[in-house]
Design a protein around this ligand. Sequence first.
Ligand SMILES: [Zn+2]
Length: 193
Amino acid sequence: MTAKSHGSPCGDLVFAMRGGSGTVGGMEVPFRVGQGYDVHRIVPGRRLVLGGVEIPCDFGLDGHSDADVLTHAIADAVFGAAGLPDIGHWFPDTDAVNAGIDSQRILARAVAEAKKGGWHLANIDATLVAERPKIAPHLTAMRAAVAATCGIAPEAVGIKATTNERIGFAGRGEGMAALAVALLARPIGRYRA
Ligand SMILES: [Zn+2]
């Protein structure tokens, strides 16, 4: 069974037929989207690591790992898109071996686990919610760090930062939040000339 592409100059897009999960209307869909959300409490005396970049600051984020809230949200988006359990499954905070772990390792694991299912990371978009410090000067370095971890181009990594208008826990400076989406893709068909 074939499905016509919509005006593709390459001709008919022929989808491989597979049963079970991952199909929509009987056709395998070569994309999966996932979302991630994370929150960490602000505390004095800890390093502030966001998107794999250490930012000079008079406070940091509390957590078992390096508490990189932004990278955790991205990793959970990747795990979620691949239909895998979240960070807590892979890196339980009850395991001493994970104490202080570089969260880029967590993200690398998410990308690697997705690849085992044939899924490649297409792009990421993430938003950090933090009242301070100023994040803008660090965005380029954060995108580069996350892209390097994921093995994708910096252009495929969107990172934005916003304040919470002094409202709520993030607005009061009690914590930071991060939201992310990730798109996975895998080749399942071929173009017929
Ligand atoms: Zn976290």
